[in-house]
Design a binder for this molecule. Structure first.
Ligand code: HEM
Length: 208
């Protein structure tokens, strides 16, 4: 399967801004991509390229692959906003639950720029207690940690403190990926952010 270069560019930018140009060069070399000058946003690359970058970053930074993917998911929200997709993000929803309801819509519209997009698909079941059960479907395997990061990134965007629990996992043999997402409002978020991050990611690393 192929993936647009926008994704690899985002990984490059995350690594260079958080860890510097030298670290990126080492990661690129470790991933056997020395000969590549740059990633083009609208060119499709094999998924394997992305997986090699994640594995090399994991090696170089001493974080697990899941931690890298999670940090990347979080980074993706601000990255896409800064790369010309802020309008698209804005029109997807004014609140976190509304936004989650329209994720397929977002990718359908992203597909206008990326005609061969193989997007994920999401379905929400909302509960009255500020929680959502979110089902994630993909033709790809192993990207659930990225979804957890994406949800935290969206929490930041909307000023919600977000707690994510994965309640079913294809990687663990379940038929589907399912997340229980609890979100509290803004005022609570600023007080309890550091305590409620139970995802195991070093956020010092992830957000610098
Ligand atoms: C305007 C913002 C966004 C744009 C432009 C965008 C675009 C893309 C692109 C180009 C890919 C690579 C797939 C391919 O090339 O076939 C992708 C994958 C993905 N996107 Fe988005 N996306 C955006 C926002 C989001 C958000 C907010 C989520 C939150 C859940 C999300 C979830 C995913 C996931 C999980 C994948 C991995 C692919 C898979 O699961 O198969 N994206 N997106």
């Amino acid at each position: 399967m192929m993936m647009y270069g926008l994704v690899n560019r985002a990984i490059q930018q995350m690594v260079t801004t958080q860890h510097g140009e030298d670290v990126w060069k080492r990661i690129k070399a470790k991933a056997d991509l020395e000969d590549l000058d740059f990633f083009s946003t609208f060119q499709a690359y094999p998924d394997d390229v992305t997986h090699r970058l994640v594995a090399a970053a994991s090696d170089e930074l001493g974080l697990s692959g899941d931690q890298i993917m999670q940090a990347f998911g979080e980074y993706w929200i601000t990255y896409t906003a800064s790369e010309g997709y802020e309008q698209l993000l804005e029109s997807t929803g004014e609140t976190l639950p509304e936004f989650l309801d329209h994720l397929d819509n977002l990718h359908a519209r992203a597909g206008l720029s990326f005609p061969k997009l193989q997007p994920p698909s999401f379905r929400c079941e909302h509960a009255a207690d500020q929680s959502v059960d979110l089902e994630y479907r993909s033709k790809r395997q192993g990207l659930a940690p990225m979804v957890i990061g994406l949800l935290h990134g969206l929490g930041k965007r909307f000023g919600n403190s977000v707690m994510v629990e994965q309640t079913a996992s294809r990687d663990r043999g379940d038929a589907r990926d399912l997340f229980h997402v609890r979100y509290s409002d803004q005022s609570v978020a600023s007080e309890t952010n550091s305590e409620t991050d139970s995802d195991g990611v070093s956020h010092d690393h992830a957000q610098r």
